[in-house]
Design a protein around this ligand. Sequence first.
Ligand SMILES: *Cc1c(COP(=O)(O)O)cnc(C)c1O
Length: 388
Amino acid sequence: MPRPIEALIHTEALAHNLARVRAAQPDARVWAVVKANAYGHGIERAFEGLRSADGFALLDLAEAERVRACGWRGPVLLLEGAFEPRDLELCSRLNLWHVVHCAEQIDWLAAHKTQQPQRVFLKMNSGMNRLGFRPEAFRSAWARLDALPQAGEISLVTHFSDADGAKGIAHQLAVFEAATRDLPGERSLANSAAILRHGVSERRAAPSSLAPLGGRAPSGGLGAFGTDWVRAGILSYGSAPDYPEHDIAHWGLHPAMTLRSRLIATQQLQAGDSVGYGSTYRATAAQRIGVVACGYADGYPRHAGSGAPVLVDGVRTTTVGRVSMDMLAVDLTPVPAAGMGSEVTLWGHGPGGALLAIDEVARAAGTIGYELMCAVAPRVPVRVAAAP
Ligand SMILES: *Cc1c(COP(=O)(O)O)cnc(C)c1O
C-alpha cells in the first residue's frame, strides 16, 4: 500500500470560484492566473476547472506551452513578459501576449523578426516598485511601442500593492488614471483582493468606499473601477486574499485543494510525557495522540508547530509538537473513537462536509495560503476529484 497521503484537486470548486469573479466584476474579462503550476494545483488539472475563463496568465514559457497543449486557443498572457530576446520567437509561434515592463523588452521587440504584430500589455509602476515604467516615463514608452511594426494592440496594465489592506488601491488608481487618461487601449488592473474588495458587490455594500474614478463609470462595459481584464489568482483556488479580515465563507469561495492523509499510529501519553523532536510539547495530563503520515517533506509547514488546526475523521483538533519530515502528531482528545487509519484533513474538505480553510493553517504557520498550496511536494500523489 502506498503511503496514505494525497492531494485532491476539486475542479468544480475552481469553476465555482471563477463564477464568483464574474459576479464581482461582471463587465470585465477574466484572466485565470495559473502561474507556479496553477498555484500548485497543476496546469492541466486547473485547466479543467477554469476553462470558462477568457484567458490564462502565467510567467513561464513552458507553462504557456502546456496551456496550449490543453487545446486552449484563446489569449495567453506572460505576466513578466520575455526574459530574453528569443522568448519572442515562442510568443510568435504560440501567439502569446506579453507584458512589456522595461526598456530592454522594447529593444528586443524592435529587433524581433515577425510577420504578425504581437499584442503587448505595457506595465506601469504605479507605486509597487516591482515591475513597470514609472508614470512620467510611461507615455514615451507607449509612443515607442506604438511606432514599432512588431507591436500590435497595446493594452495598459498595473499591479496593486495594498488591495488586501487598509491602504487600498485609490492612490495607485489615481496615479494610473492621471498618466493614461488619453491613451487608448484596454486596461488590466485587479488581482484577487481588488476583484473582491473593490468589486461590484462590495461597492453596493459600501457605496461610499470607492467612487468611480476619472470619469470612468462602473457601467459602460468596464468593471467596477474601470478595468477590461481582471487577473484572478488566489481566489480561484479557494483562499481569501485578505484573511483573517475576511475568510472564504465571507467571500463565498470553495477550497480547490484538499491535502489529506491517515493516522499510522496512536500513543497514550501520561502527564509529563513529551512529543517529537526537541520535546517541545509536554502533556499536562493523560492524553491520546495520533501520528499522521504527513511532514514537511510533503509540503506541510514545519513552522506550524503545536496548535495548528487539523481535522481527524472530520472533527477539528490541533497539532502537537514539532512537525518532522514525514510525520506530525495530533491531539485525539476531541475524537476518542479515532485510531489507526482514521482520515486526517490537513486542509480542504474533510468527511461529512467538514471544512478546514488553508488560510487557517497558513496563519498558524505565520504564512499565507499562497505559499502552502504552491509548496505541496512532488512526492505527494495528486488526483482530480471534481466535487469534494
Ligand atoms: C500573481 C499575479 C496576480 C494574481 O494575484 P492574486 O493575488 O493571486 O489574485 C495578478 N497580477 C499579477 C501581475 C501577478 O503577478
